[in-house]
Design a protein around this ligand. Structure first.
Ligand code: NAP
Ligand code: MG
Length: 403
């Protein structure tokens, strides 16, 4: 069988620990036999980030901007324990944070649905994709622990020295204060990323804030979304038969619980943090979750939503058997290959991505799965496979479908 040819390389960002092991197995067993894989390789493993003073992370993000599509393995974000474990020069910043800041992107996360892993919410028949704004609000706040009585004011001083003042509160006793911000630029980027993703995936877009209470802050999010929708997206949405729907955040939560799924739910930063954990755990497992960072200029970076699965890696190093779920990492590759196929007009590559994803879900639905899924499945007669044997079972399903 001739291997599928590629035109433009994918930006390959390798990572750490157990996911780095899975990365290699996926390439060997599921990609290289079928594709003449073209990648520009960046080793974001912690040791190499340390050796390059984290320059490799910046270089990989620049390459993503040059080529348009990247696939990233999970990476360690060092803390004090990791600095000691790896003898690091510095506590390097989160690669995801660095890449996100450079691409100015929005993160979209969607569950991978298979029969036998049922969501806790019975009426969720289709995936719910969460789009989280990843800049500002409470994550970049200024806080004061108010010691006693006094007057708290919000003051803005323009470049010309002119001031805008707003009374916050006349404190009669001790209390707390918080100042937050966001920028029109970041909110606009967030809005465009959401609208583009809705068009791309042909799904409705929901957005919600608390604009009735926050008449300037949250209302500005609502207004910016509406202006951009009317000016740039309404026609595209109508042509595709999809809708943009704005409501209050509490109303959105109530509606999501009653919905069938199959839409994108855009959330402000804090709402997205909380709601993505709720939606993903209700759908079953973080290892069954796709994640893609989309920039406003149309750069795509695909990854798994989970971490490097450290506990399994230490077992692996001791030569013990692991049963680590590779589904999210496989789907990071298929997402990137499909997008590359679409952009370069390579129908075989897009079809390959579909076929590999189907081989994965067919394998699980036939009762062959890793331990994490075996614990929550409603299927009977389940075969629990180790990390490599699961990937081999997917390979068998691929070859079965090809022959
Ligand atoms: P984690 O790697 O997501 O793993 C936490 C636990 O969840 C695992 O111990 C395992 O449970 C289960 N799990 C996660 N993914 C699994 C999979 N694919 N298959 C089977 N079980 C899975 O989170 P962590 O242990 O908190 O973090 C480890 C490292 O990952 C940290 O250094 C952190 O900085 C990094 N991290 C990276 C990213 C990223 O690059 N996107 C995201 C998050 C965290 P059991 O042990 O019970 O089997
Ligand atoms: Mg969270």
């Amino acid at each position: 069988m001739d291997r599928i040819q590629m035109k433009t390389p994918l930006v390959e960002m390798d990572g750490d620990e157990m996911t780095r092991i899975l990365w290699q197995m996926i390439k060997e067993e599921l990609l290289l036999p079928y594709i003449d894989l073209k990648t520009e390789y960046y080793d974001l493993g912690l040791m190499h980030r340390n050796e390059t003073d984290d320059q490799v992370t910046v270089d990989s993000a620049n390459a993503a901007m040059k080529y348009g599509v990247a696939v990233k393995c999970a990476t360690i974000t060092p803390n004090a324990a990791r600095v000691k474990e790896y003898g690091l020069k510095e506590m390097w910043k989160s690669p995801n944070g660095t890449i996100r800041a450079m691409l100015d992107g929005t993160v979209f996360r969607a569950p991978i649905l298979v029969k036998g892993i049922e969501p806790c919410v019975r009426n969720w028949e289709k995936p719910i994709t969460l789009a989280r704004h990843a800049y500002g609000d409470v994550y970049k706040n200024a806080e004061i622990r108010v010691p006693g009585p006094g007057r708290a004011e919000l003051v803005f001083t323009g470049e010309d020295g002119a001031q805008i003042r707003e009374l916050i509160h006349e404190f009669q006793g001790a209390g707390i204060l918080q100042g937050m911000h966001n920028t029109e630029k970041s909110i606009s980027s967030f809005a465009r990323a959401c609208f583009n993703y809705a068009v791309d995936t042909k799904q409705d877009l929901w957005f919600a804030t608390k604009d009735t209470i926050s008449k300037k802050y949250d209302h500005t999010f609502k207004d910016i979304f509406q202006e951009i929708y009317e000016a740039e997206y309404r026609e595209k949405f109508e042509a595709l038969g999809i809708t943009y729907f704005y409501t209050l955040i509490d109303d959105a939560v109530a509606r999501v619980m009653k919905a069938k799924g199959g839409f994108i739910w855009a959330c402000k930063n804090y709402d997205g943090d909380v709601m993505s954990d709720m939606v993903s755990s209700a759908f079953g497992s973080l290892a069954m979750m796709t994640s893609v960072l989309v920039s406003p200029t149309g750069v795509y970076e695909y990854e798994a939503a989970h971490g490097t699965v450290q506990r399994h890696y230490y077992k692996y190093l001791k030569g013990e058997e692991t049963s680590t779920n590779s589904v999210a990492t496989i789907f990071a590759w298929t997402g990137a290959l499909r997008k590359r196929g679409e952009l370069d007009g390579i129908a075989e590559l897009t079809a390959f991505a579909d076929r590999l994803e189907k081989a994965v879900t067919d394998t699980i639905e036939s009762g062959k799965m890793t331990k994490d899924l075996a614990l929550i499945t409603s299927l009977e007669n389940v075969t629990v496979l180790n990390s490599r044997d699961f990937i081999r079972a997917v390979r068998d399903a691929m070859d079965g479908a090809c022959s």
